[in-house]
Write a protein that binds this ligand. Sequence first.
Ligand code: PEP
Length: 250
Amino acid sequence: MAQKHILVGNWKMNLGPAKAMEMAAHFLPLAKNLQKSEIWVTPPFTSIAAVTDVLKGSKIRVGAQNVHWAESGAFTGEVSVAMLRECGCSYAITGHSERRHVFGETSELVAKRTLGALKSGLCVILCVGEKLDERENGATLEVIKAQLAPVLKELTPELAKNLVLAYEPVWAIGTGKVAAIKDIEETHQGIIGHWQKSCAAPCPPILYGGSVDPDNATAILKVQGVGGCLIGGASIHPEKFPKLVAIAEQ
Ligand code: PEP
């Protein structure tokens, strides 16, 4: 059977507990008859427990938008794997472009988060992607290789089993500009090729992210090497997200 497409909603800094519960309740029926796709939702930290409560017993997975590698301690503003698990999280996103480019997280820091969470048994979605000038200079794959390098240095095949990648061109996130289908395919194939040369484990599923909506999802999900989508804006839209799930189920 073909690999199921994973649709991950990144709710970013939207929806406090009360509104997040409403959104989760609205999405709950979507999970009933999923055959070809999986739904994962990623509320802000303070809404995670409320959302897992609403989604308990359903197939929708709940995750966090970041994670720290230490068990506990003097790390103001951070959240550990154990804390996330206690709230019902089964995965975390690392290296989102907003973490890298708004908050200055380096690839080394992102690798610490990624490897630490994987070692603690949490599934991780590791985001990579180039800025506009980097694409225009033909440096897309080099940028992604550099972002992956500190993770690949220590990644074992066992840890890789719990990893998902997300290719998100920075210039396509929240802008309404989607990468051209041929560029998505070329980049995903480039990542797969690089992975196969660098790691003994099979390449993880690679999601595409960047202004995915019901008008472009059909074409994106058909691209060879696209394992699903990481969705921001449309993931908290009461009509668009159900439409995206319907498209993934076609
Ligand atoms: C994202 O947050 O990862 C994202 C891709 O956002 P959007 O879908 O709004 O571009």
